[in-house]
Design a protein around this ligand. Structure first.
Ligand code: ZN
Length: 268
């Protein structure tokens, strides 16, 4: 099986230091945490930005600062989030002008616990076109089976280039549950030449990550997806990466370096 690409999603839009004291919020905290995760085996960093108050922001300058600092530390692949919790539609694509190697691309709408994962068709196409323009590899975010079919439609229209890369997000309250059958179904419906990772939220995290590894997929870990493994005991990004590296090796999967990741994902 291919080496496994470990993505770390250190911050997300939801965690705060009150929820988990290890949550990196400032650009410096995020860059340092990403570097420590890189040293443990992470080869992609999925980045969300926060403002001075610690609230989610799509401010391009904050993304720039985070990326600049990360690049001072290491050559990890940087992936910016364009997700719905980042704010108003127009602002969400601003960070693409910085030409990160990758960016997230949601291909449908769904619900988060307290808000809508709002991605209207024209906006999805606009984001996809911007990614082609700036030569950014999209990570297609899948929260529901219908989104796989919509991604295939976008590929057929030339708005997403093949081979496509998917992130199968499971167990977000309001979206597809973290059942093993759901992961298997999503995986089976992907175009055959795709690469994919699993991003299992909360309690489903470890088991579905293991299943993803066994199925030949890649894994995303980090406080964006899971803030504790044991009830009441906050976990750090570094611990989460360390844990998945150990599990990968136990299951016979070696860890991809950033250079190998660029090759596997056909990044240019
Ligand atoms: Zn995200």
């Amino acid at each position: 099986m291919d080496k496994v690409i470990i993505t770390v999603a250190p911050t997300g839009n939801v965690p705060t230091k009150d929820i988990n004291l290890f949550t990196p919020i400032t650009p410096e905290e995020i860059a340092k945490d990403v570097y420590l995760c890189y040293k443990k085996g992470a080869s992609v960093a999925h980045i969300h930005a926060r403002d001075d108050m610690g609230k989610p922001t799509s401010d391009k300058e904050v993304f720039r600062e985070i990326a600049t600092k990360i690049k001072e530390y290491c050559d990890i692949v940087i992936q910016f989030s364009t997700g719905a919790r980042g704010g108003k539609l127009e602002g969400r694509k601003a960070c693409l002008a910085l030409k990160p190697e990758m960016a997230s691309l949601s291909v449908g709408s769904s619900n988060f616990p307290n808000s809508v994962n709002y991605n209207p068709p024209s906006f999805i196409e606009d984001l996809a076109q911007e990614m082609i323009r700036f030569n950014i590899k999209p990570e297609i975010e899948i929260f529901d089976l219908s989104m796989v079919d919509n991604a295939i439609y976008l590929i057929s229209k030339g708005l997403i280039k093949e081979p496509a890369h998917f992130n199968l997000v499971l167990n977000v309250p309001g979206s597809l549950k973290g059942h093993p059958e759901n992961l298997l179904l999503l995986k089976q419906r992907l175009p055959g030449n795709s690469t994919w990772s699993v991003s299992a939220i909360g309690r489903s995290h470890h088991n579905l990550s293991a299943m993803g590894l066994l199925l030949g997929g890649n894994v995303r870990v980090g406080l964006e997806d899971v803030v504790e493994i044991e009830k009441g005991k906050p976990v750090s990004n570094v611990e989460l990466v360390d844990r998945i590296v150990g599990l990968s090796r136990e299951l016979g999967r070696d860890i991809a370096s950033p250079a190998e990741t660029r090759q596997i994902l056909a990044l240019s």
